[in-house]
Design a protein around this ligand. Structure first.
Ligand code: ZN
Ligand code: ZN
Length: 470
């Protein structure tokens, strides 16, 4: 009898687990929440065969609010499926940067490699050209300092020089981490013609001299001993080749087949690379800074981890954030001192594409109010109790509203939710949940150029003063 009840229970659990998987895959937040409230252990359910968990499904499909819900339910953030892939890898593969941001904030391991070919999340993001994900993966390695690029250029010319401002070695290790066959993220970005990603990886010190190895683990059509330039020559993207050459990639390096990059391009019929790969440029062209550097990211990620990033709406608070107009200002931009809530600052740094002109060093993020180039954010003292916020951020608000079933959310309909619903189901990065009062998000997604008209809407003397000062 006991055995029978255990079997029945396991079937019930399996059925609920499958329902949670479906909800995670389809982005049905209400269903996922109800199932987890019923049985929090369902978060650890995994499907038979591929052993994908609900966390994998929600990450792969970009449902960041469900990812947050599952993490809050205590699921192992580094859970692997049968291929050894974590949720972070799947989010990077598909370019779901909001999911990557949440996973990074929760401390996902960015070094993990899959079982199949040793690829990390960085390899997957680079292969598919998801530069924003690459930047978020490296959030803990790029310091929020104005002279970052200078330090990097000094490091590349004089490796003996030691810089104490950040751990250059740790950055070098993660950026040049090798998969099976010695393949780096730069190799894959170059092969696939991902110009922006190649540029960003080079910016962060990816080595142009790393070569593949013939260890029998991968079928290498180009040949072992190939550099990223060999791979770019095979892929056929002229811009990638030029970027690598500008960074010092050699035109004469031969791989183990005795092929130079030029010979690789000929064997793959990429005739348009002939000129680029034949003659060394007389003067090495200067690399244009990548649009995705985002210097202040590390500072705001650290603040978010320490103090939380989803303090509840504070209607009527004296200093509401001018971007979302509903949260307390908790951080200030270094330089101009304009104040924002942590969440908006996080978005500002994550969505920055360098398209707006900022008055600051390359990689600084343009302040939406005064165009000052923000290099770092600082926590505002005394604006909120640190522990209080931390607790609020990590406790997912439980629905206290009526038991009426709201319509199933879809990416489109969730944007049209009522404000009341938004507040009840607020998530730390719940852009779909705070539709009307969060103009910054829609602005940030394509054009981070937040207009000044946002400012006068807030009848706040301090802000006006700030503006007149800037
Ligand atoms: Zn805000
Ligand atoms: Zn400003």
């Amino acid at each position: 009898m006991k055995f029978l009840s255990a079997v029945v229970h396991s079937f019930g659990c399996s059925a609920s687990g499958e329902r949670l998987v479906s909800a995670a895959r389809d982005g049905d937040f209400q269903e996922a929440q109800a199932l987890l409230e019923y049985n929090p252990r369902l978060a650890r359910y995994s499907t038979f065969g591929v052993r994908n968990s609900p966390l994998h499904y929600s990450a792969a499909h970009g449902h960041h609010e469900i990812v947050y819900l599952l993490l809050h339910s205590g699921v192992d953030i580094n859970l692997r499926n049968y291929r050894g892939q974590t949720a972070l890898m799947q989010a990077c593969q598909h370019g779901h940067w909001e999911v990557v941001l949440i996973l990074v904030l929760f401390g996902a391991n960015v070094h993990k490699a899959d079982y199949l070919n040793g690829w990390t999340a960085l390899h997957l993001a680079a292969t598919n050209g998801h530069s924003r994900c690459i930047r978020l993966l490296l959030a803990d390695y790029i310091p929020s300092i104005p002279n970052f690029r200078e330090i990097m250029s000094r490091q590349s010319t004089d490796s003996e020089e030691s810089i104490s401002e950040f751990d250059h070695r740790a950055l070098s290790q993660i950026i040049n981490q090798k998969a099976d066959g010695g393949i780096t993220a730069l190799h894959m970005a170059a092969l696939n013609g991902q110009v922006e990603s190649v540029q960003l990886l080079l910016e962060f010190g990816a080595s142009v001299s790393e070569v593949t190895v013939g260890d029998g683990t991968v079928i290498d059509l180009i040949g072992a001993g190939s550099t990223a330039l060999h791979y770019a020559a095979c892929g056929g993207n002229a811009k990638c080749c030029q970027l690598l050459i500008a960074r010092g990639a050699s035109l004469t390096t031969e791989n183990e087949n005795g092929w130079t990059p030029l010979m690789v391009s000929r064997s793959w019929n990429k005739s348009w690379l002939e000129d680029i790969l034949t003659t060394e440029p007389v003067e090495r062209p200067k690399l244009i800074p990548s649009r995705y550097i985002s210097l202040p990211l590390m500072s705001i990620v650290q603040i978010a981890r320490e103090y939380g990033w989803s303090s509840k709406s504070a209607p009527g608070c004296q200093d509401p954030c001018v971007v979302c107009l509903e949260r307390k200002c908790t951080v200030a931009a270094g330089g101009c001192d304009h104040e924002f809530c942590t969440r908006c600052a996080l978005y500002l740094c994550s969505t920055n594409c360098g398209t707006t002109i900022s008055r600051g060093p390359p990689g600084s993020v343009s302040c939406p109010l005064c165009r000052n180039g923000i290099v770092s954010f600082v926590k505002l003292p005394g604006k909120a109790l640190a522990k209080e916020i931390a607790r609020t951020s990590l406790s997912f608000p439980i629905c206290q509203c009526s038991h009426e079933t709201p319509p199933k959310p879809t990416p489109l309909t969730t944007q049209l939710r009522s404000l009341e619903l938004c507040r009840v189901h607020d998530t730390p990065l719940g852009i779909y949940f705070c539709c009307h009062k969060l103009p910054s998000i829609s602005l940030c997604r394509k054009a981070p150029d937040i207009c000044h008209s946002l400012v006068p809407r807030c009848a706040n003397g301090n802000l006006q003063n700030h503006l007149s000062r800037c």
